[in-house]
Design a protein around this ligand. Structure first.
Ligand code: AMP
Length: 480
């Protein structure tokens, strides 16, 4: 997963881009980059967190009233410098691009670019394929400054050639800031605006939380297949391109997005609370009566709160996490991951000792976190541990940009619920049910992508894509 932010207005945008990327840091910590435009492109990219990549000099040298930025979480390609986004082409058009998502037909696109256009991409990044595909479509108009109709036609051609999930930002020299989404709207993009003393600034972002920090008002959320052009003078052109039925990524709501973010006007935290309410039904059915509900910090917090409210028992902070310890999830070796999880969590014994504890996490992927937490709670004196997952079992790899793409690593694909319960040594293991989760979003009129939970992939040739993306991930994790 990655985060994107783009701004265009009447003042220098670098400050807003930097603040926007900082607000989106949870979406990717591997690398960050910004490209701005004022008669020429200005660029700064590097590995690491936003604060490590940028310094005060960048505020001066990244000139221009329009720009785009990206935080990267590697799910395709390696984390080498050439793979860091945005990617810029000076010729033939003057174009920079950044995206959040995964193109699932990258091998076919690569072949087509080579055979039909003699273009040899230099990186292993799917974004470069998308960039060249759009450029070849734009070139048909033989103009440096395509009008909105020409631009949208070229994006639609690109959407026809690409398969997968993408929310993409484009900076087109002299033309403006462009955004476009995949036909199923799997990845999010929101539009905001802010009035300044010199005029209006517009912003396109992955998550609306950026607007709160930057004092923008949310204008809208882009629809599946939608394209938008915002010119430096503030003209907005929008059109629906290639569109299929909406399949918005359910994992954005479950785990990925910040709790205060809104997608389609729905606050993420609220949906997590509702997931907790639904989980209460599962506990009741199994006649489980915990004394206290605790959360796995921090993404289990709101589901735990919802569960406790629905069961009418206390929700307390029974676990603490060391937020400076880095991420356990993307480490390539299981032993490293287990070690990191051990260093990351600790238990507040007085909260759990002598109690039946329901502990809620957003999801179980490999079972590393859940197994360790059950051990911790028992050691601290819990008399029963019920492990509760706000997500249903993850049984299929994600090919759309969430780093759960290696099927052999998914514990629920390898083991039954009872076997996982035994493996993590919980007294009970309670999963959200898929029908409950889907019905929760049906009530909001949001049709969600549940591919990792149901195997229903909304894009064609998923079996082929699973194979190629899985192999690509295994290879690049081995290289890193
Ligand atoms: P595991 O320990 O492998 O079962 O992973 C589960 C933990 O990883 C949970 O605590 C989640 O909060 C977290 N998690 C779930 N999905 C992801 C993801 N795609 N990237 C990073 N962390 C994740």
């Amino acid at each position: 997963m990655c985060g994107i932010v783009g701004c265009v207005g009447t003042q220098k945008v670098v400050q807003d881009l930097l603040a926007g990327l900082t607000a989106l840091q949870h979406r990717g910590q591997d690398a960050a980059g910004i490209v701005t435009y004022h008669q020429q492109f200005f660029e700064k990219k590097g590995q690491g967190l936003v604060q490590q990549v940028f310094d005060e000099n960048d505020l001066l040298h990244l000139e221009g009233n329009m720009g785009i930025g990206h935080v990267r979480y590697t799910t395709q390609g390696t984390n080498e410098l050439k793979n860091i986004q945005p990617i810029t082409l000076q010729y033939p058009l003057g174009i920079a691009m950044a995206h959040n998502g995964n193109v699932t037909n990258a091998p076919a696109l690569r072949k087509q670019l080579l055979e039909e256009y003699q273009i040899q991409p230099q990186s292993s990044n799917d974004l470069e394929l998308m960039l060249h595909t759009l450029v070849t479509a734009l070139q048909q108009h033989q103009t440096l400054a395509p009008n909105p109709a020409q631009l949208f036609e070229a994006i639609e051609i690109t959407q026809q050639k690409l398969e997968g999930a993408y929310a993409t930002l484009v900076l087109l020299a002299g033309v403006g800031l462009v955004g476009f989404c995949d036909p199923s709207g799997i990845r999010p993009m929101a539009l905001g605006k802010k009035e300044t003393p010199t005029g209006t600034t517009y912003c396109l972002v992955s998550e609306s939380t950026c607007f709160d920090y930057l004092q923008y008002d949310t204008v809208d959320y882009l629809q599946a297949g939608e394209m938008i052009l915002i010119t430096p003078t503030g003209e907005i052109h929008r059109k629906i391109g290639r569109q299929k039925k909406q399949h918005f990524c359910v994992f954005e709501f479950i785990y990925f997005a910040r709790a205060e973010t809104k997608f389609y006007d729905q606050v993420v935290a609220q949906q997590r609370i509702r997931m907790g309410h639904l989980l209460a039904q599962q506990l009741k059915k199994q006649n489980l009566q915990p004394d206290v509900v605790i959360d796995v910090p921090s993404s289990g917090f709101f589901a735990a709160a919802g569960l406790a409210t629905a069961l009418d028992i206390p929700h307390q902070r029974g676990l603490v996490s060391n937020k400076y310890f880095g991420r356990s999830f993307i480490l390539s070796k299981q032993a490293e991951r287990a070690h990191t999880v051990q260093q990351k969590f600790n238990c507040i014994a007085t909260v759990v000792a002598g109690k039946k504890v329901a502990v809620v996490d957003d999801s179980i992927v490999r079972g590393t976190t859940s197994k360790h937490i059950v051990q911790l709670l028992r050691k601290a004196g819990a008399i029963a541990v019920y492990f509760v997952s706000a997500a249903p079992p993850i049984v299929h790899p994600c090919i759309y940009g969430i780093d759960i793409s290696i099927s052999t690593e998914l514990i629920a694909k390898q083991k039954t619920r009872a076997a996982i319960e035994a493996y993590i040594e919980a007294d009970a293991l309670i999963y959200q049910t898929l029908p409950d989760l889907i019905s929760l979003f049906n009530t909001l009129a949001i049709n969600v992508c549940t591919a990792c939970l149901s195997g229903n992939y909304p894009t064609p040739d998923a079996a082929q894509a699973i194979q190629y993306i899985e192999q690509e991930r295994i290879d690049s994790k081995n290289r890193s």
